[in-house]
Design a binder for this molecule. Structure first.
Ligand SMILES: Nc1nc2c(ncn2[C@@H]2O[C@H](COP(=O)(O)OP(=O)(O)OP(=O)(O)O)[C@@H](O)[C@H]2O)c(=O)[nH]1
Ligand SMILES: [Mg+2]
Length: 264
């Protein structure tokens, strides 16, 4: 039995101080130029964590590269999915994989290098006293590097809208660099999640907020990807706008029914 599959192995049980066993889930679609670099950086930066690459059968062979990484490092795992179903579905599958195997916390991280593994120790340190940690681009001390003005504007406006519409005290509700403690995953009704793209992050922020989870934001340095291409498109933005508006209307309806004494 290898170190990574032996539950009695002391180094494996120890995990990250104050947090426990941590699985970093990295969803990939056509990230052949990035996957080795990001997995290597995560493992070097935080040797106590394990990594799960959740690949949607990328035509560029990302899954094959990930398999080669897993073959040489027992703390790297690969979840091969049938085809492209969106970031949200890949994360939910990764969360389920982690829960089935008893991890204490799950990290969300993009494969394209936008989320620096060098920031991970700070996120994990914050997770000792939080249910959810969000690596934030829009909090004091954060930096956004090489992003075109139109992307900056989109992120700022999207976050402002999400915060006002949903009443969440979160500065970067669309950010995808996060830590969820196991208790948070258990408390949030993940079976209700319907987002596929960007709005997945907003939806999970909302679920965590509604479940009364302690959400802490940590400043990160976010950099534009250098290799490969973005999967962001107008449809993903439209989905986010539509869903945030729908949730805001539902929340107000619920508040109104509570105020008038009708059941929600
Ligand atoms: N498994 C899986 N991963 C995906 C899918 N779509 C995007 N990803 C991954 O999700 C992460 C974020 O995707 P990006 O294309 O970088 O999108 P983004 O970060 O929202 O947008 P940019 O800021 O433009 O890069 C990357 O690791 C992608 O490979 C998908 O359908 N399935
Ligand atoms: Mg990206």
């Amino acid at each position: 039995m290898s170190e990574a599959t032996d539950p009695t192995d002391p180094t494996r049980r120890a995990g990250v101080n104050g947090v426990g066993r941590v699985l970093v889930v990295i969803p990939t679609y056509n990230e052949a130029d990035n996957v080795s670099d990001i997995v290597g950086r995560v493992r070097r930066e935080t040797p106590a964590v394990e990594v799960l690459v959740a690949d949607d059968n990328s035509p560029d062979g990302t899954g094959v590269i990930a398999d080669a990484l897993a073959a040489t490092d027992p703390r790297v795992h690969v979840l091969h999915r049938k085809g492209k179903e969106g970031l949200g579905a890949a994360y939910l599958a990764g969360f389920e994989w982690a829960r089935e195997r008893g991890y204490d916390a799950v990290v969300e991280m993009d494969a394209d290098g936008s989320h620096a593994p060098e920031d991970l120790p700070a996120l994990l340190a914050a997770a000792r006293d939080a249910d959810v940690v969000i690596g934030s681009r829009w909090t004091r001390g954060a930096r956004v590097v090489n992003w075109p003005l139109r992307r900056l504007a989109l992120s700022r406006c999207g976050n402002l809208y999400a915060r006002l519409a949903l009443g969440m005290p979160v500065s970067d509700a669309t950010g995808g660099y996060r830590v969820y403690r196991r208790g948070a995953l258990d408390a949030m009704d993940l079976s209700s999640v319907c987002s596929q793209g960007y709005s997945f992050q907003v939806e999970l922020s909302r679920l965590a907020h509604r479940a009364g989870m302690r959400i802490v934001e940590v400043p990160i340095t976010f950099a534009e990807r250098e290799h490969g291409s973005s999967k962001m498109n107008a449809l993903i933005v439209a989905e986010a706008l539509w869903r945030i508006t729908t949730w805001a209307v539902q929340d107000r309806g619920r508040a109104w029914r509570r105020g008038t004494g009708r059941a929600s």
